[in-house]
Design a protein around this ligand. Structure first.
Ligand code: ATP
Ligand code: MN
Length: 484
């Protein structure tokens, strides 16, 4: 039976009192033919296994190599060495899997770069950096479910394959079983030469979802409060450090909420999950804080952050998010020295322009130095479903901007008035006949409601301090890259 093992994280929390234990894990290092640092992924801290000299034969000792896996039984005693409180005095050492240390793709001593580790993503979990990131990612996911569950929200699974383009703008991945063999021309065609989607699996064109929101609204307008937490796909060809083709999104949708309720919930939610990580992942956060501090030493002074990672997170917890309107934001940006000295790549042309990530980051990092909630954007730059304000120019939208990341949340109060919604859809050429089911909620017991979407990976980036989004998802999907 394998499951009698104790996890190293649990073991290290105990006092060394001669207890008999079994541990299993992978070798991180082997010193003096005697001391094995064994890691099992439950923490970055290794258990020091002591293989008493003369007790084990040479053929076994030769197999104790980097990343080989072992089962060790023995006794826990106070360590004689510095640096660890306990040793595991090995009674038996059993090889589970050999590892040719010369050929093992990650030589820890050479300090592999993050770029290189993406090429060996199948093993990068075995490094301290990625061990920490993925334990924190897990905790954040768990905290998200806990937060909503404790508030009585229903976790709704919205479809991954959809026939609607929720945003009206998203670049989508087509889902089809039609043959695309051009040469033999097996693709079924209509008389005018266009593809005949009636022959396709679903009898119509379908795509991978870019958002679960529209279906989420159907849930909220019956169940009250719902949230989704699932994969989302966007075929946008943007090779940035903040965009993936496949990412995870959390989309709460609440009946009887206005824009302010929506902002309050989003702020409370973000703070809750950060607090959860600080409480439950202290070691991993400290490790990543250290890593980040070292990485920043390579940067020129003015590019370094004022705060360490944990300080930054605590600062976010202890301060209210700044709340301003889009109009106020444009004024601040226009009047900024940064703009006057023409330091923005995209100059501030005036009210109505869409904000670029450099503008968002200026507001949070230079001007307010804390997260900012921007609200009431021009209707022309926002989606059709956002509630129209009385001024006839703006909609009840809100975006949350985070230091180092830019937009982390996008949300709004939804347009619950049928005539207004239909009029806007017409203006924006959104086909009403495809969204008949969405419009129905505005015909039968329509209620004020609101919701938002949080990009999970951007949240993990914020908490772990990782600058590239490819390093916070196990197997990133980006343009020209779908290995593993
Ligand atoms: P951006 O302007 O940064 O591309 P967006 O306006 O397209 O964001 P929304 O459509 O509002 O974003 O999506 C909600 C959230 O999903 C965003 O706030 C962001 O956190 C996240 N998000 C959007 N696109 C991506 C992506 N390609 N990869 C990872 N996360 C994303
Ligand atoms: Mn986008």
């Amino acid at each position: 039976m394998f499951n009698k093992r104790v996890k190293i994280r649990e073991l290290l929390a105990q006092e060394p009192t001669g207890q008999e234990v079994t541990v299993m894990g992978w070798v991180r290092s082997f010193r003096n033919n005697q001391f094995i640092a064994l890691n099992d992924g439950s923490t970055n801290n290794n258990i020091q296994v002591v293989a008493e000299l003369g007790k084990f034969d040479d053929t076994l000792l030769k197999r104790i190599t980097l990343s080989a896996s072992f089962k060790v039984k023995g006794t826990i005693v106070p360590s004689l060495g510095k640096g660890q409180k306990m040793d595991l005095n090995a009674a038996t050492i059993e090889v589970l899997g050999d590892s040719d240390a010369e050929k093992y793709p990650i030589q820890l001593r050479n300090r592999p770069t993050l770029e290189y580790l993406r090429e060996v993503a199948h093993f990068r979990f075995r490094t301290n950096t990625f061990g920490s990131i993925f334990r924190i990612r897990h905790s954040l996911a768990f905290a998200i479910h806990k937060f909503f569950n404790d508030k009585g929200f229903v976790y709704l699974h919205t479809p991954i394959i959809t026939a609607s383009d929720a945003e009206g703008a998203g670049e989508m991945f087509r889902v089809t079983t039609l043959p695309f063999d051009e040469e033999k021309n097996k693709t079924p065609r209509n008389e005018d030469g266009t593809i005949d989607f009636k022959e396709d699996f679903f009898g119509r064109p379908t795509n991978l979802t870019v958002s679960g929101q529209l279906e989420g609204e159907l849930g909220a307008t019956a169940l009250g409060d719902i949230y989704t937490f699932g994969p989302t796909f966007r075929a946008e060809n943007s090779n940035t450090t903040r965009h993936l083709a496949e990412f995870w999104m959390i989309e709460p949708e609440m009946a009887f909420y206005d824009l302010e309720d929506n902002m309050n919930l989003a702020e409370e939610f973000i703070k809750y999950i950060i607090q959860y990580a600080i409480t439950n992942n202290r070691d991993d956060l400290e490790f990543l804080a250290q890593r980040l501090a070292e990485e920043e030493k390579q940067l020129p002074q003015d590019k370094r952050s004022d705060m360490g990672l944990i300080e930054k997170l605590e600062f976010v917890l202890n301060n209210n998010f700044e709340r301003i309107t889009y109009t106020e934001a444009i004024d601040i940006l226009r009047e900024s020295n940064h703009n006057k000295k023409k330091k923005f790549q995209y100059p501030i042309t005036g009210w109505g322009m869409d904000l670029q990530s450099e503008h968002e980051r200026y507001l949070v990092e230079k001007h307010f130095k804390k997260p900012v909630i921007l609200s009431n954007y021009p209707r022309e730059i926002k989606a059709f479903y956002m509630r129209q304000n009385e001024d006839g120019k703006t909609v009840a939208a809100m975006d949350i901007l985070a230091p180092g990341i830019g937009e982390i949340v996008g949300g709004s109060q939804r347009e619950e008035r049928l005539e207004k919604l239909e009029a806007r859809m017409k203006e924006m050429h959104i086909p009403a006949d495809e969204l008949w089911w969405y419009l129905d909620t505005r015909k039968f017991g329509s209620v004020p409601h609101a919701g938002f979407g949080l990009g999970f990976e951007r949240m993990v980036q914020f908490v772990t301090g990782m600058t590239n989004i490819r390093d916070v998802i196990a197997f990133p999907r980006t343009p020209k890259s779908a290995e593993f």
